[in-house]
Design a protein around this ligand. Structure first.
Ligand SMILES: [Zn+2]
Ligand SMILES: [Zn+2]
Length: 101
Protein backbone atom coordinates (compact mmCIF):
# COMPACT_ATOMS: atom_id res chain seq x y z
CA UNK A 1 0.00 0.00 0.00
CA UNK A 2 1.02 3.59 -0.63
CA UNK A 3 -0.71 6.88 0.00
CA UNK A 4 -1.94 9.38 -2.53
CA UNK A 5 0.27 12.50 -2.32
CA UNK A 6 -2.74 14.65 -3.03
CA UNK A 7 -5.53 13.40 -0.74
CA UNK A 8 -3.62 10.82 1.31
CA UNK A 9 -6.00 7.99 0.43
CA UNK A 10 -4.55 4.52 0.46
CA UNK A 11 -3.69 3.26 -3.01
CA UNK A 12 -2.77 -0.16 -4.28
CA UNK A 13 0.90 -0.27 -5.16
CA UNK A 14 0.30 -1.04 -8.81
CA UNK A 15 -2.25 1.76 -9.27
CA UNK A 16 -1.14 4.82 -11.17
CA UNK A 17 -4.32 6.73 -10.44
CA UNK A 18 -5.93 7.61 -7.11
CA UNK A 19 -9.42 6.18 -6.88
CA UNK A 20 -10.51 9.07 -4.69
CA UNK A 21 -9.25 12.26 -6.32
CA UNK A 22 -7.95 11.09 -9.74
CA UNK A 23 -4.42 12.10 -8.89
CA UNK A 24 -2.10 10.56 -11.45
CA UNK A 25 1.28 9.51 -10.13
CA UNK A 26 2.79 9.42 -13.60
CA UNK A 27 1.57 12.91 -14.47
CA UNK A 28 2.03 14.36 -11.01
CA UNK A 29 -1.36 16.04 -10.98
CA UNK A 30 -5.11 15.43 -10.73
CA UNK A 31 -6.38 14.41 -14.14
CA UNK A 32 -9.86 15.06 -15.46
CA UNK A 33 -10.84 11.63 -16.64
CA UNK A 34 -14.33 12.63 -17.67
CA UNK A 35 -13.04 15.02 -20.30
CA UNK A 36 -11.06 12.39 -22.09
CA UNK A 37 -13.95 9.99 -22.54
CA UNK A 38 -16.37 10.45 -25.41
CA UNK A 39 -19.94 11.17 -24.40
CA UNK A 40 -19.14 12.66 -21.05
CA UNK A 41 -18.38 16.20 -22.08
CA UNK A 42 -20.59 18.60 -20.15
CA UNK A 43 -22.04 21.06 -22.56
CA UNK A 44 -24.89 23.52 -22.26
CA UNK A 45 -26.80 24.85 -25.23
CA UNK A 46 -25.81 28.50 -25.64
CA UNK A 47 -29.37 29.34 -26.60
CA UNK A 48 -31.37 27.36 -24.03
CA UNK A 49 -28.88 26.90 -21.23
CA UNK A 50 -29.78 23.26 -20.82
CA UNK A 51 -27.41 20.32 -21.11
CA UNK A 52 -26.88 18.99 -24.61
CA UNK A 53 -27.18 15.28 -25.24
CA UNK A 54 -24.36 13.20 -26.60
CA UNK A 55 -25.82 11.52 -29.64
CA UNK A 56 -22.97 9.48 -30.91
CA UNK A 57 -19.60 9.31 -32.52
CA UNK A 58 -19.62 9.58 -36.27
CA UNK A 59 -16.99 8.16 -38.51
CA UNK A 60 -16.29 9.07 -42.08
CA UNK A 61 -14.46 7.36 -44.82
CA UNK A 62 -11.89 9.33 -46.67
CA UNK A 63 -13.58 11.62 -49.13
CA UNK A 64 -17.06 10.87 -47.84
CA UNK A 65 -19.68 13.43 -48.76
CA UNK A 66 -22.96 13.99 -46.99
CA UNK A 67 -24.95 15.77 -49.67
CA UNK A 68 -25.49 19.44 -48.86
CA UNK A 69 -23.71 18.93 -45.57
CA UNK A 70 -20.54 18.11 -47.46
CA UNK A 71 -19.15 21.59 -47.01
CA UNK A 72 -19.55 21.38 -43.26
CA UNK A 73 -17.88 18.05 -43.06
CA UNK A 74 -14.94 19.21 -45.09
CA UNK A 75 -13.86 20.96 -41.93
CA UNK A 76 -13.31 17.52 -40.53
CA UNK A 77 -11.42 16.38 -43.59
CA UNK A 78 -8.48 15.23 -41.58
CA UNK A 79 -10.52 13.79 -38.74
CA UNK A 80 -11.47 10.17 -38.63
CA UNK A 81 -14.43 10.74 -36.40
CA UNK A 82 -16.13 13.31 -34.24
CA UNK A 83 -18.68 13.46 -31.46
CA UNK A 84 -22.11 14.89 -32.04
CA UNK A 85 -24.09 16.74 -29.37
CA UNK A 86 -27.71 17.71 -29.70
CA UNK A 87 -29.86 20.17 -27.77
CA UNK A 88 -33.15 18.42 -26.95
CA UNK A 89 -35.01 21.71 -26.88
CA UNK A 90 -33.99 23.70 -29.94
CA UNK A 91 -32.27 20.98 -31.93
CA UNK A 92 -28.95 22.78 -32.15
CA UNK A 93 -26.15 20.42 -33.08
CA UNK A 94 -22.51 20.74 -32.10
CA UNK A 95 -19.59 18.72 -33.37
CA UNK A 96 -16.43 18.00 -31.50
CA UNK A 97 -13.41 16.16 -32.69
CA UNK A 98 -12.36 13.65 -30.08
CA UNK A 99 -9.24 14.66 -28.24
CA UNK A 100 -6.12 13.07 -29.46
CA UNK A 101 -4.31 11.17 -26.74
ZN1 LIG B 1 -6.00 11.02 -4.02
ZN1 LIG C 1 -30.97 24.70 -27.32
Amino acid sequence: MKNCPNCNSEMEDHFELCWNCNYSLSQGKVVEITESLPGTRELDCLRCGIPMIYSGNYRFHEGARMGILGNIFEIFLNRESFDLYLCPKCGKVEFFSPRTP
